[in-house]
Design a protein around this ligand. Sequence first.
Ligand SMILES: C[C@H](N)C(=O)N[C@@H](CCCCN)C(=O)O
Length: 460
Amino acid sequence: MMQRSDLKSRWVVLVLTAVILAGSYFNYDGPAALKAPLQETLHLSDTQYNLLYSVYSFPNIVLPLFGGLLVDRCGTKASLILFVSTIVLGQGIFAAGVALRRYDIALVGRTVFGMGGESLTVVQTTIQAVWFQGKEMAFAMGLGLTVARLGSVINDWVMPAIYQSGVPGLLPPLEPASALSFGFFITLLSLGCALALLLLEVRTDRFLAAQHKREQAQPLLHDTAAGAEAVVEHMSLADIQHFSASYWLLTVSCVVVYATILPFNNVAAGVIMGKYGVSLEVADRLMSIPYLIAACINPFMGTAVDLLGYRAVMLTAGAAALAAVHLSLAWTMVPVVLPLVAMGLSYSAYAAAIWPSIALVVDGRAMGTAFGLTTAVQNGGMASMPIAVGTLRDTTGSYQAVEIFFACVAMVGVAVGVALNVVNHRAGGGLNRVAKRRDALEKKLEAVIREDLEADSQSR
Ligand SMILES: C[C@H](N)C(=O)N[C@@H](CCCCN)C(=O)O
């Protein structure tokens, strides 16, 4: 039976989902690019500035789970428009708050933006999983992540430039609200792409329905995975208990390993300056190495995963490499570029394997909930890591203990990875196999079942 992943239009879907998430990542990093002007204009202390990020993260310890449930219950189309509209609204409120010199309104804006932002990654990943299942899933997710991360990098260049010069006739210079309003237009671009994707999904539903009618196919039980969006059974919160051991291990792995990558970025400049005695400017440039390396090689790592499998092995190796990176930052004086490049490579390998792995171990109708739950738990880790890191730094007075702590967390990731390999091996080793082969086997099985059903109905 024809599925979404059999259609060429999946590449259009990839471009649209990538641009949608890039719009979100661009604006997530907006305050960082405008830190000094924001603090000056709104008279913010460091704590008040950091709160602009905390209010984004804290609701997301829970929200993506419900966002994921919404994806499974109402479908990807409605959820996508809802979450993109939420980031548009949030960025609009944030820019207005800064224009009015109202810190409280700016905080509300960042909170609303966060309410859409993380759930948007959930629906975006679900859409990519559905359209690329059994095909180039890891490549697609890797390329999507590259474009999204480029959104962050472009933000670092564009926001300060717009702050300096404004947009002639439209946005005044030396005004942070001007740069943030530009960010608002970028969210409108994301909304435009989401509407285009909605049209494409509706047309695809019609096309597949007509195609299925022609083939007089037996309806599949879980149609979201098959590609059509009809949700046959409603996913509920209680169904989470049926998630497999592999899923839970992947979620624990995701929280601990991401906790050694993204929160490290918040303190990377401090680590580099403290250890190597370079200026803030040089440290800022050096700290962008891991994300830049990852952005460049994500699609290739994804292709490696698609062609070779070995997802569980890659997750474990990625965690081990991250432990080595943090230990080298704690105890050695190797040129700092080396551990930063190694971090970019391990981050890319890890990200290329983790998201497609989740799609492989859950049933199609639970995909949104599964990505949502993992993202919620992951946000719990990312919200608590800065507190642990700050406490360690304040009590020891250096970043060495922080780096040893990061390394220990990464080693937990290695242990979880080993357990995942064992559990997955006992369950048939699907995570380390090539998805196309899995897909072919499933298709063969489906054909046999259909033949049996037809023979059965003829003999009656
Ligand atoms: C922080 C966010 N929840 C996250 O995990 N982002 C990932 C990529 C998410 C999957 C995109 N299809 C990242 O590596 O930035």
